[in-house]
Design a protein. Structure first.
Length: 118
């Protein structure tokens, strides 16, 4: 199983980025997908989740109204559209998959750096 994130980079405050995470080696449609982030010297935190098969979404309070998570099961890809970015959003962003069965199978990507700075 492999999760590969892309789309990170340097952006000015108020700007936008779209992160992508492509999954392989698993039945993508059977996995809930999440984005996490970890800033320097801080714990990893949940940013957003999209469930399967209903596609329900949940967001951290700090990103509600600015970030949107979505998925394309045909492309085995989950996205995180990030708008109105703030310096506090600077972190390494990770993709996580969790299967619907119990106990769940959990996989992580390697992360992509997002830096918000002028």
């Amino acid at each position: 199983v492999q999760l590969v994130e892309s789309g990170g980079g340097l952006v000015q405050p108020g700007g936008s980025l779209r992160l992508s995470c492509v999954a392989s080696g698993l039945t993508f449609s059977s996995y809930h997908m999440s984005w996490y982030r970890q800033a320097p010297e801080k714990e990893r935190e949940l940013v957003a989740t999209i469930t399967t098969p209903d596609g329900r979404t949940n967001y951290a309070d700090s990103v509600k109204g600015r970030f949107t998570i979505s998925r394309d099961n045909a492309k085995n890809t989950v996205y995180l559209q990030m708008n109105s970015l703030e310096p506090e959003d600077t972190a390494v962003y990770y993709c996580k998959s969790r299967s619907r069965n119990f106990p769940p199978y959990i996989y992580w990507g390697q992360g992509t750096q997002v830096t918000v700075s002028s």
